[in-house]
Write a protein of this length. Structure first.
Lengths: 163, 377
Protein backbone atom coordinates (compact mmCIF):
# COMPACT_ATOMS: atom_id res chain seq x y z
CA UNK A 1 0.00 0.00 0.00
CA UNK A 2 1.92 2.96 -1.18
CA UNK A 3 0.55 6.04 0.53
CA UNK A 4 0.71 9.10 -1.62
CA UNK A 5 1.20 12.15 0.54
CA UNK A 6 -2.13 13.70 -0.28
CA UNK A 7 -4.00 15.54 2.42
CA UNK A 8 -6.81 13.00 2.06
CA UNK A 9 -4.57 10.06 2.86
CA UNK A 10 -2.94 11.98 5.71
CA UNK A 11 -6.32 12.74 7.25
CA UNK A 12 -7.27 9.08 7.00
CA UNK A 13 -4.11 8.18 8.89
CA UNK A 14 -4.89 10.78 11.56
CA UNK A 15 -8.45 9.48 11.95
CA UNK A 16 -7.30 5.88 12.17
CA UNK A 17 -4.36 6.29 14.54
CA UNK A 18 -5.28 9.40 16.56
CA UNK A 19 -6.30 7.43 19.64
CA UNK A 20 -3.27 5.17 19.51
CA UNK A 21 -0.79 8.04 19.21
CA UNK A 22 -2.54 10.07 21.87
CA UNK A 23 -2.68 7.21 24.37
CA UNK A 24 1.03 6.43 23.99
CA UNK A 25 1.81 10.15 24.36
CA UNK A 26 -0.39 10.42 27.44
CA UNK A 27 1.12 7.29 28.95
CA UNK A 28 4.54 8.92 28.66
CA UNK A 29 3.78 12.55 29.41
CA UNK A 30 1.10 11.90 32.07
CA UNK A 31 -0.75 15.13 31.36
CA UNK A 32 -3.09 16.40 28.69
CA UNK A 33 -1.17 19.53 27.70
CA UNK A 34 2.04 17.70 26.87
CA UNK A 35 0.16 14.81 25.26
CA UNK A 36 -1.58 17.34 22.99
CA UNK A 37 1.78 18.81 21.97
CA UNK A 38 3.29 15.40 21.26
CA UNK A 39 0.21 14.43 19.25
CA UNK A 40 0.55 17.44 16.93
CA UNK A 41 4.30 17.05 16.63
CA UNK A 42 4.05 13.39 15.62
CA UNK A 43 1.57 14.02 12.82
CA UNK A 44 3.53 17.02 11.57
CA UNK A 45 6.58 14.76 11.44
CA UNK A 46 4.48 12.38 9.38
CA UNK A 47 3.80 15.21 6.91
CA UNK A 48 7.45 16.15 6.65
CA UNK A 49 8.89 12.64 6.61
CA UNK A 50 7.49 11.59 3.21
CA UNK A 51 7.82 7.93 4.12
CA UNK A 52 6.62 5.49 1.49
CA UNK A 53 4.59 3.19 3.70
CA UNK A 54 3.97 -0.27 2.32
CA UNK A 55 1.26 -1.42 4.73
CA UNK A 56 -0.98 -0.39 7.61
CA UNK A 57 1.39 -2.22 9.95
CA UNK A 58 4.24 -0.11 8.62
CA UNK A 59 2.32 3.11 9.34
CA UNK A 60 1.38 1.88 12.81
CA UNK A 61 4.91 0.84 13.69
CA UNK A 62 6.31 4.15 12.38
CA UNK A 63 3.84 6.17 14.42
CA UNK A 64 4.48 4.20 17.61
CA UNK A 65 8.23 4.55 17.28
CA UNK A 66 8.11 8.26 16.45
CA UNK A 67 5.66 8.94 19.29
CA UNK A 68 7.88 7.21 21.84
CA UNK A 69 11.01 8.95 20.52
CA UNK A 70 9.30 12.34 20.53
CA UNK A 71 8.24 11.81 24.14
CA UNK A 72 11.76 10.77 25.11
CA UNK A 73 13.27 13.81 23.35
CA UNK A 74 10.88 16.07 25.19
CA UNK A 75 11.90 14.56 28.51
CA UNK A 76 15.56 14.89 27.59
CA UNK A 77 15.36 18.68 27.21
CA UNK A 78 16.61 20.65 30.24
CA UNK A 79 13.31 22.52 30.37
CA UNK A 80 11.27 19.35 30.60
CA UNK A 81 13.59 17.89 33.21
CA UNK A 82 12.70 20.78 35.49
CA UNK A 83 9.03 20.63 34.62
CA UNK A 84 8.96 16.88 35.25
CA UNK A 85 9.03 17.57 38.96
CA UNK A 86 5.52 19.04 38.81
CA UNK A 87 2.62 16.95 40.09
CA UNK A 88 0.89 14.75 37.56
CA UNK A 89 -2.50 15.66 36.26
CA UNK A 90 -5.13 13.61 34.57
CA UNK A 91 -6.44 16.78 32.99
CA UNK A 92 -9.70 16.38 31.20
CA UNK A 93 -10.09 12.84 32.40
CA UNK A 94 -10.71 13.59 36.02
CA UNK A 95 -13.82 11.46 36.35
CA UNK A 96 -12.66 9.95 39.59
CA UNK A 97 -9.09 9.28 40.50
CA UNK A 98 -9.82 5.66 41.33
CA UNK A 99 -11.15 5.21 37.78
CA UNK A 100 -7.54 5.36 36.64
CA UNK A 101 -5.95 3.18 39.27
CA UNK A 102 -4.55 0.58 36.88
CA UNK A 103 -3.47 2.95 34.10
CA UNK A 104 -1.94 5.24 36.73
CA UNK A 105 0.10 2.30 37.94
CA UNK A 106 1.26 1.64 34.38
CA UNK A 107 2.15 5.33 33.89
CA UNK A 108 4.23 5.27 37.05
CA UNK A 109 6.42 2.47 35.71
CA UNK A 110 9.91 3.30 34.42
CA UNK A 111 9.59 4.11 30.67
CA UNK A 112 11.04 0.90 29.31
CA UNK A 113 8.53 -1.23 31.22
CA UNK A 114 5.69 1.21 30.52
CA UNK A 115 6.06 1.00 26.73
CA UNK A 116 6.24 -2.77 26.70
CA UNK A 117 3.23 -3.20 29.01
CA UNK A 118 1.13 -0.72 27.02
CA UNK A 119 1.97 -2.17 23.62
CA UNK A 120 1.43 -5.74 24.84
CA UNK A 121 -1.81 -5.27 26.78
CA UNK A 122 -3.48 -2.43 24.96
CA UNK A 123 -2.20 -2.54 21.40
CA UNK A 124 -2.25 -6.36 21.40
CA UNK A 125 1.19 -6.48 19.89
CA UNK A 126 3.30 -9.62 19.93
CA UNK A 127 6.62 -9.63 21.73
CA UNK A 128 8.44 -10.01 18.41
CA UNK A 129 6.66 -6.92 17.03
CA UNK A 130 7.39 -4.92 20.18
CA UNK A 131 11.05 -5.87 20.01
CA UNK A 132 11.19 -4.71 16.40
CA UNK A 133 9.50 -1.39 17.11
CA UNK A 134 11.59 -0.66 20.19
CA UNK A 135 14.76 -1.74 18.42
CA UNK A 136 15.31 -4.30 21.14
CA UNK A 137 15.67 -8.06 21.43
CA UNK A 138 12.91 -10.57 22.13
CA UNK A 139 14.59 -11.69 25.34
CA UNK A 140 14.94 -8.11 26.56
CA UNK A 141 11.27 -7.39 25.85
CA UNK A 142 10.27 -10.60 27.62
CA UNK A 143 12.34 -9.61 30.65
CA UNK A 144 10.91 -6.10 30.65
CA UNK A 145 7.38 -7.43 30.36
CA UNK A 146 7.92 -9.82 33.22
CA UNK A 147 9.62 -7.18 35.38
CA UNK A 148 6.90 -4.66 34.54
CA UNK A 149 4.22 -7.15 35.57
CA UNK A 150 6.06 -7.82 38.78
CA UNK A 151 6.24 -4.11 39.67
CA UNK A 152 2.57 -3.69 38.79
CA UNK A 153 1.68 -6.63 40.99
CA UNK A 154 3.35 -4.87 43.91
CA UNK A 155 1.80 -1.49 43.09
CA UNK A 156 -1.70 -2.91 42.75
CA UNK A 157 -1.42 -5.12 45.79
CA UNK A 158 -4.71 -5.05 47.63
CA UNK A 159 -6.69 -4.59 44.45
CA UNK A 160 -8.37 -7.43 42.62
CA UNK A 161 -6.22 -7.21 39.51
CA UNK A 162 -4.52 -10.40 38.42
CA UNK A 163 -1.41 -9.07 36.68
CA UNK B 1 -8.68 -8.73 35.12
CA UNK B 2 -5.75 -6.34 34.89
CA UNK B 3 -5.90 -6.28 31.12
CA UNK B 4 -9.66 -5.64 31.07
CA UNK B 5 -9.42 -2.83 33.60
CA UNK B 6 -6.44 -1.26 31.84
CA UNK B 7 -8.31 -1.32 28.53
CA UNK B 8 -11.39 0.27 30.06
CA UNK B 9 -9.36 3.06 31.61
CA UNK B 10 -7.31 3.74 28.50
CA UNK B 11 -10.44 3.83 26.30
CA UNK B 12 -11.43 6.95 28.23
CA UNK B 13 -8.28 8.73 27.11
CA UNK B 14 -8.50 10.12 23.60
CA UNK B 15 -7.65 13.33 21.77
CA UNK B 16 -10.33 16.00 21.65
CA UNK B 17 -12.06 16.79 18.37
CA UNK B 18 -10.56 20.28 18.54
CA UNK B 19 -7.07 18.82 18.82
CA UNK B 20 -7.63 16.52 15.86
CA UNK B 21 -8.99 19.37 13.74
CA UNK B 22 -6.18 21.71 14.77
CA UNK B 23 -3.66 19.00 13.89
CA UNK B 24 -5.21 18.42 10.49
CA UNK B 25 -5.18 22.18 9.90
CA UNK B 26 -1.49 22.35 10.81
CA UNK B 27 -0.80 19.41 8.50
CA UNK B 28 -2.67 21.12 5.67
CA UNK B 29 -0.56 24.24 6.12
CA UNK B 30 2.60 22.17 6.19
CA UNK B 31 1.63 20.38 2.98
CA UNK B 32 0.71 23.66 1.30
CA UNK B 33 4.08 25.04 2.29
CA UNK B 34 5.80 22.00 0.82
CA UNK B 35 3.70 22.27 -2.30
CA UNK B 36 4.67 25.95 -2.74
CA UNK B 37 8.34 25.10 -2.42
CA UNK B 38 7.91 22.35 -4.99
CA UNK B 39 6.11 24.73 -7.37
CA UNK B 40 8.85 27.33 -7.13
CA UNK B 41 11.46 24.69 -7.80
CA UNK B 42 9.81 23.05 -10.76
CA UNK B 43 7.52 25.53 -12.49
CA UNK B 44 8.48 29.12 -11.87
CA UNK B 45 11.95 28.87 -13.26
CA UNK B 46 12.58 30.16 -16.79
CA UNK B 47 13.67 27.47 -19.30
CA UNK B 48 17.35 28.40 -19.25
CA UNK B 49 17.34 28.12 -15.46
CA UNK B 50 15.78 24.68 -15.67
CA UNK B 51 18.52 23.61 -18.09
CA UNK B 52 21.13 25.09 -15.80
CA UNK B 53 19.65 23.22 -12.86
CA UNK B 54 19.53 19.99 -14.86
CA UNK B 55 23.16 20.40 -15.82
CA UNK B 56 24.12 21.21 -12.25
CA UNK B 57 22.18 18.20 -10.99
CA UNK B 58 23.92 15.90 -13.49
CA UNK B 59 27.28 17.32 -12.47
CA UNK B 60 26.40 16.82 -8.83
CA UNK B 61 25.46 13.18 -9.49
CA UNK B 62 28.78 12.61 -11.25
CA UNK B 63 30.70 14.26 -8.44
CA UNK B 64 28.82 12.16 -5.92
CA UNK B 65 29.61 8.98 -7.88
CA UNK B 66 33.31 9.91 -7.93
CA UNK B 67 33.11 10.60 -4.20
CA UNK B 68 31.49 7.21 -3.50
CA UNK B 69 34.09 5.37 -5.59
CA UNK B 70 36.78 7.27 -3.73
CA UNK B 71 35.29 6.25 -0.37
CA UNK B 72 35.04 2.62 -1.49
CA UNK B 73 38.67 2.71 -2.56
CA UNK B 74 39.64 4.15 0.79
CA UNK B 75 37.82 1.43 2.69
CA UNK B 76 38.31 -1.54 0.48
CA UNK B 77 41.76 -1.41 -1.02
CA UNK B 78 45.35 -0.48 -0.41
CA UNK B 79 47.54 -1.24 2.59
CA UNK B 80 45.65 0.97 5.00
CA UNK B 81 43.63 -1.55 6.96
CA UNK B 82 42.32 -0.49 10.32
CA UNK B 83 41.04 -2.57 13.23
CA UNK B 84 41.32 -2.49 16.98
CA UNK B 85 41.78 -4.80 19.92
CA UNK B 86 40.05 -4.09 23.22
CA UNK B 87 41.48 -4.61 26.68
CA UNK B 88 40.11 -4.21 30.19
CA UNK B 89 42.26 -3.33 33.21
CA UNK B 90 42.11 -6.28 35.57
CA UNK B 91 43.10 -6.26 39.18
CA UNK B 92 45.39 -9.09 40.20
CA UNK B 93 45.26 -10.83 43.60
CA UNK B 94 48.29 -8.79 44.69
CA UNK B 95 46.46 -5.54 43.86
CA UNK B 96 48.39 -4.74 40.67
CA UNK B 97 46.68 -4.15 37.33
CA UNK B 98 47.19 -5.75 33.96
CA UNK B 99 45.42 -5.07 30.67
CA UNK B 100 43.72 -8.26 29.48
CA UNK B 101 42.14 -8.61 26.04
CA UNK B 102 38.38 -8.96 26.22
CA UNK B 103 35.46 -9.75 23.96
CA UNK B 104 33.62 -6.49 23.52
CA UNK B 105 30.29 -8.34 23.28
CA UNK B 106 30.90 -9.83 26.74
CA UNK B 107 31.68 -6.81 28.86
CA UNK B 108 30.56 -8.49 32.09
CA UNK B 109 29.20 -5.41 33.72
CA UNK B 110 29.42 -1.67 33.69
CA UNK B 111 30.36 1.10 36.06
CA UNK B 112 29.40 4.69 36.49
CA UNK B 113 29.31 7.77 38.63
CA UNK B 114 26.57 10.34 39.07
CA UNK B 115 27.39 13.62 40.78
CA UNK B 116 23.83 14.93 40.65
CA UNK B 117 24.50 16.88 37.46
CA UNK B 118 26.63 14.75 35.16
CA UNK B 119 26.30 11.01 34.63
CA UNK B 120 29.59 9.28 33.81
CA UNK B 121 29.47 5.76 32.39
CA UNK B 122 32.79 3.99 32.33
CA UNK B 123 33.94 2.22 29.23
CA UNK B 124 36.79 0.79 31.31
CA UNK B 125 38.47 -0.18 28.07
CA UNK B 126 41.80 0.39 26.43
CA UNK B 127 41.99 0.29 22.65
CA UNK B 128 44.96 -0.86 20.66
CA UNK B 129 44.66 0.26 17.07
CA UNK B 130 46.01 -2.07 14.43
CA UNK B 131 46.99 -1.09 10.93
CA UNK B 132 49.91 0.41 9.12
CA UNK B 133 50.40 4.13 8.70
CA UNK B 134 47.68 5.21 11.14
CA UNK B 135 48.05 8.90 11.87
CA UNK B 136 45.16 9.53 14.24
CA UNK B 137 42.07 7.76 15.54
CA UNK B 138 39.11 9.91 16.51
CA UNK B 139 36.22 8.72 18.68
CA UNK B 140 33.05 10.78 18.32
CA UNK B 141 29.62 10.89 19.94
CA UNK B 142 26.30 12.22 18.71
CA UNK B 143 24.95 12.45 22.25
CA UNK B 144 26.92 13.22 25.37
CA UNK B 145 30.66 13.79 25.66
CA UNK B 146 33.83 11.99 26.63
CA UNK B 147 35.52 12.28 29.98
CA UNK B 148 38.68 10.65 31.27
CA UNK B 149 40.24 9.66 34.55
CA UNK B 150 43.97 9.55 35.03
CA UNK B 151 44.99 6.27 36.67
CA UNK B 152 48.62 7.37 36.96
CA UNK B 153 50.91 4.67 38.22
CA UNK B 154 48.50 1.88 37.41
CA UNK B 155 46.05 2.65 40.12
CA UNK B 156 48.53 2.21 42.93
CA UNK B 157 47.99 5.59 44.62
CA UNK B 158 47.01 4.82 48.21
CA UNK B 159 43.65 6.03 49.45
CA UNK B 160 41.99 6.41 46.03
CA UNK B 161 38.76 4.40 45.92
CA UNK B 162 38.28 2.26 42.85
CA UNK B 163 35.47 0.18 41.44
CA UNK B 164 35.61 -3.06 39.53
CA UNK B 165 32.96 -5.06 37.74
CA UNK B 166 32.92 -8.70 36.86
CA UNK B 167 31.10 -11.91 37.52
CA UNK B 168 32.08 -14.59 39.97
CA UNK B 169 34.45 -16.32 40.22
CA UNK B 170 36.60 -13.72 38.48
CA UNK B 171 36.02 -11.15 41.23
CA UNK B 172 39.69 -10.79 42.00
CA UNK B 173 40.55 -10.17 38.37
CA UNK B 174 37.57 -8.04 37.43
CA UNK B 175 37.71 -4.97 35.22
CA UNK B 176 38.64 -1.57 36.64
CA UNK B 177 35.87 0.88 35.77
CA UNK B 178 36.48 3.81 38.08
CA UNK B 179 39.41 5.33 39.92
CA UNK B 180 38.52 8.06 42.38
CA UNK B 181 36.01 10.81 41.63
CA UNK B 182 38.02 13.26 39.49
CA UNK B 183 37.09 13.57 35.83
CA UNK B 184 38.47 15.58 32.90
CA UNK B 185 35.68 16.61 30.56
CA UNK B 186 36.97 16.26 27.00
CA UNK B 187 34.15 16.99 24.53
CA UNK B 188 32.17 15.02 21.98
CA UNK B 189 35.32 13.90 20.17
CA UNK B 190 38.57 12.54 21.51
CA UNK B 191 41.57 11.93 19.31
CA UNK B 192 44.39 9.49 19.89
CA UNK B 193 47.57 8.71 18.01
CA UNK B 194 48.04 5.17 16.77
CA UNK B 195 47.53 3.93 20.30
CA UNK B 196 45.41 5.06 23.21
CA UNK B 197 47.34 6.17 26.32
CA UNK B 198 47.30 3.35 28.84
CA UNK B 199 47.10 5.60 31.88
CA UNK B 200 43.54 6.83 31.40
CA UNK B 201 40.08 5.39 31.83
CA UNK B 202 37.59 6.53 29.23
CA UNK B 203 34.02 7.55 30.11
CA UNK B 204 30.89 8.51 28.23
CA UNK B 205 29.21 11.41 30.04
CA UNK B 206 25.99 13.35 29.79
CA UNK B 207 24.20 16.25 31.41
CA UNK B 208 20.89 15.08 29.96
CA UNK B 209 20.19 11.85 31.77
CA UNK B 210 20.37 10.67 35.36
CA UNK B 211 20.99 7.30 36.93
CA UNK B 212 17.47 6.02 36.57
CA UNK B 213 17.18 7.09 32.95
CA UNK B 214 20.39 5.23 32.23
CA UNK B 215 19.40 2.13 34.17
CA UNK B 216 15.92 1.96 32.68
CA UNK B 217 17.00 3.06 29.23
CA UNK B 218 18.66 1.09 26.46
CA UNK B 219 22.09 1.11 28.09
CA UNK B 220 23.64 1.15 24.64
CA UNK B 221 26.46 3.52 23.65
CA UNK B 222 27.32 4.16 20.01
CA UNK B 223 30.69 5.63 19.23
CA UNK B 224 31.95 6.64 15.81
CA UNK B 225 35.58 5.61 15.22
CA UNK B 226 37.47 7.38 12.43
CA UNK B 227 41.02 6.38 11.54
CA UNK B 228 43.04 8.80 9.42
CA UNK B 229 46.12 7.43 7.72
CA UNK B 230 49.35 9.21 6.91
CA UNK B 231 48.31 9.70 3.28
CA UNK B 232 45.04 11.33 4.33
CA UNK B 233 42.86 8.30 3.71
CA UNK B 234 40.03 7.80 6.16
CA UNK B 235 38.30 4.67 7.45
CA UNK B 236 35.30 4.70 9.72
CA UNK B 237 33.66 2.15 11.97
CA UNK B 238 30.82 2.21 14.47
CA UNK B 239 31.54 0.89 17.94
CA UNK B 240 28.43 -0.30 19.80
CA UNK B 241 28.68 -1.09 23.49
CA UNK B 242 25.59 -2.85 24.81
CA UNK B 243 25.66 -2.98 28.58
CA UNK B 244 22.13 -4.30 28.99
CA UNK B 245 22.60 -7.61 27.21
CA UNK B 246 25.75 -8.46 29.07
CA UNK B 247 25.73 -10.89 31.95
CA UNK B 248 27.43 -8.77 34.60
CA UNK B 249 25.93 -6.29 37.01
CA UNK B 250 26.47 -2.55 37.27
CA UNK B 251 28.43 -0.48 39.73
CA UNK B 252 27.30 3.09 40.24
CA UNK B 253 28.72 5.57 42.69
CA UNK B 254 27.23 8.80 43.92
CA UNK B 255 28.64 11.44 46.26
CA UNK B 256 26.98 11.78 49.63
CA UNK B 257 23.73 13.69 49.38
CA UNK B 258 22.89 12.64 45.84
CA UNK B 259 20.02 10.25 46.31
CA UNK B 260 18.43 8.95 43.15
CA UNK B 261 15.26 6.94 43.37
CA UNK B 262 16.18 3.58 44.85
CA UNK B 263 13.82 1.53 42.68
CA UNK B 264 15.70 -1.12 40.80
CA UNK B 265 18.87 -0.72 42.81
CA UNK B 266 20.32 -2.62 45.71
CA UNK B 267 23.20 -1.53 47.81
CA UNK B 268 26.47 -3.39 48.21
CA UNK B 269 28.92 -1.90 50.66
CA UNK B 270 32.58 -2.35 49.77
CA UNK B 271 33.87 -5.67 51.05
CA UNK B 272 37.40 -6.88 51.58
CA UNK B 273 38.68 -9.77 49.49
CA UNK B 274 38.64 -11.90 52.66
CA UNK B 275 35.00 -11.06 53.39
CA UNK B 276 34.07 -11.83 49.80
CA UNK B 277 35.89 -15.14 49.88
CA UNK B 278 34.16 -16.04 53.15
CA UNK B 279 30.71 -15.20 51.78
CA UNK B 280 31.29 -17.10 48.56
CA UNK B 281 32.78 -20.27 50.08
CA UNK B 282 31.03 -20.75 53.42
CA UNK B 283 28.33 -23.47 53.29
CA UNK B 284 24.95 -21.82 52.78
CA UNK B 285 23.56 -23.65 55.81
CA UNK B 286 25.66 -21.31 57.94
CA UNK B 287 23.59 -18.34 56.77
CA UNK B 288 19.95 -17.50 57.50
CA UNK B 289 17.49 -18.28 54.72
CA UNK B 290 14.85 -15.61 54.02
CA UNK B 291 11.79 -17.81 53.59
CA UNK B 292 9.82 -15.23 51.57
CA UNK B 293 12.52 -15.11 48.95
CA UNK B 294 12.15 -18.72 47.73
CA UNK B 295 10.90 -18.88 44.16
CA UNK B 296 10.87 -21.74 41.69
CA UNK B 297 10.86 -21.05 37.97
CA UNK B 298 10.09 -23.23 35.03
CA UNK B 299 10.71 -22.33 31.44
CA UNK B 300 7.64 -20.16 31.14
CA UNK B 301 8.95 -17.59 33.60
CA UNK B 302 11.71 -15.29 32.50
CA UNK B 303 12.84 -13.29 35.47
CA UNK B 304 14.08 -14.05 38.92
CA UNK B 305 13.16 -11.36 41.41
CA UNK B 306 15.27 -11.40 44.51
CA UNK B 307 13.10 -9.94 47.18
CA UNK B 308 14.82 -7.82 49.77
CA UNK B 309 13.23 -4.90 51.54
CA UNK B 310 14.58 -1.94 49.59
CA UNK B 311 13.88 0.46 52.44
CA UNK B 312 17.12 -0.72 53.97
CA UNK B 313 19.16 0.41 51.00
CA UNK B 314 19.71 4.16 50.95
CA UNK B 315 22.45 5.12 48.50
CA UNK B 316 25.58 6.68 49.84
CA UNK B 317 29.14 7.50 48.96
CA UNK B 318 31.15 4.75 47.32
CA UNK B 319 28.25 2.37 47.01
CA UNK B 320 28.07 -0.04 44.11
CA UNK B 321 24.50 -0.95 43.19
CA UNK B 322 23.18 -3.82 41.20
CA UNK B 323 20.06 -4.58 39.20
CA UNK B 324 18.13 -7.00 41.32
CA UNK B 325 16.93 -9.38 38.69
CA UNK B 326 18.52 -11.97 36.50
CA UNK B 327 16.77 -13.34 33.47
CA UNK B 328 16.70 -17.06 32.85
CA UNK B 329 18.73 -16.38 29.73
CA UNK B 330 21.31 -14.53 31.77
CA UNK B 331 21.45 -17.39 34.27
CA UNK B 332 22.00 -19.88 31.47
CA UNK B 333 24.78 -17.72 30.07
CA UNK B 334 26.42 -17.96 33.46
CA UNK B 335 26.05 -21.71 33.80
CA UNK B 336 29.83 -22.26 33.67
CA UNK B 337 29.99 -20.46 36.99
CA UNK B 338 27.55 -22.88 38.66
CA UNK B 339 29.21 -25.27 41.06
CA UNK B 340 27.28 -28.50 41.48
CA UNK B 341 24.25 -26.74 40.01
CA UNK B 342 24.29 -23.97 42.62
CA UNK B 343 25.24 -20.39 41.81
CA UNK B 344 25.57 -17.60 44.32
CA UNK B 345 26.26 -13.89 44.20
CA UNK B 346 26.29 -11.03 46.66
CA UNK B 347 23.05 -9.16 46.31
CA UNK B 348 23.59 -6.31 48.72
CA UNK B 349 24.99 -5.32 52.08
CA UNK B 350 24.32 -2.55 54.51
CA UNK B 351 25.97 -1.90 57.85
CA UNK B 352 27.46 -5.35 57.88
CA UNK B 353 24.24 -7.20 57.00
CA UNK B 354 24.88 -9.09 53.75
CA UNK B 355 22.37 -10.61 51.35
CA UNK B 356 23.40 -13.50 49.16
CA UNK B 357 21.35 -14.55 46.17
CA UNK B 358 21.40 -18.22 45.21
CA UNK B 359 20.07 -19.91 42.11
CA UNK B 360 19.95 -23.67 42.04
CA UNK B 361 19.22 -25.83 39.04
CA UNK B 362 16.80 -28.62 39.91
CA UNK B 363 16.83 -32.14 38.50
CA UNK B 364 13.87 -31.33 36.25
CA UNK B 365 15.81 -28.36 34.78
CA UNK B 366 13.71 -25.79 36.61
CA UNK B 367 15.47 -23.25 38.81
CA UNK B 368 14.95 -22.30 42.42
CA UNK B 369 16.04 -18.85 43.60
CA UNK B 370 16.45 -17.86 47.24
CA UNK B 371 18.18 -15.26 49.38
CA UNK B 372 20.32 -15.81 52.45
CA UNK B 373 21.48 -13.22 54.91
CA UNK B 374 24.20 -12.96 57.50
CA UNK B 375 25.86 -10.35 59.71
CA UNK B 376 29.55 -9.69 59.13
CA UNK B 377 31.76 -9.02 62.14
Amino acid sequence: MSQSNTMGSMEQIVDKYADMVYRIAFTHMKNKTDADDIFQEVFLKLCKAKVDFDSDEHIKAWLIRVTINTCKSTFASPWKKKMAEMPEEIGAYEDKLEDFEVSDAVRSLPPKYRDVIHLFYFEDMKIVEIAKILNSTVSTVKSQLSRGRSILREKLEGGVYNV
Amino acid sequence: MFEKQYREEMQKISPSKDLIEATKMAMRKEMEKQSEIKTIKTKDKPPFMRRAITFAAAAAVMMFAIFVVNILNQNGSGNNVFSFRVYGAEMQPDGTLIWREIDITQLHGWGGYYDGEVLYISLGLWFEFEGQNIDTVEFSLEDGFFATQYIGNWGQTPGVPRAHVGIPPCFTTSRLVQYGHEFDKVGNTITFGNTMPDDILLFWASYDIGMNEWMFGDMVLEIGVKATFDNGEVQQQQLVLNFQDNPGGGTMWTPEGVLPEPEGFLRLDPLTAEQHEYLMSTPLESFMLIEDSIQTFAGDREVFIFYVDEDYYPLNIGVPIFPEYWSRERVLENMPWFEDGVWRTLLGSYQGVVYIAVIEMNEDSTFTGRVYTTQLD
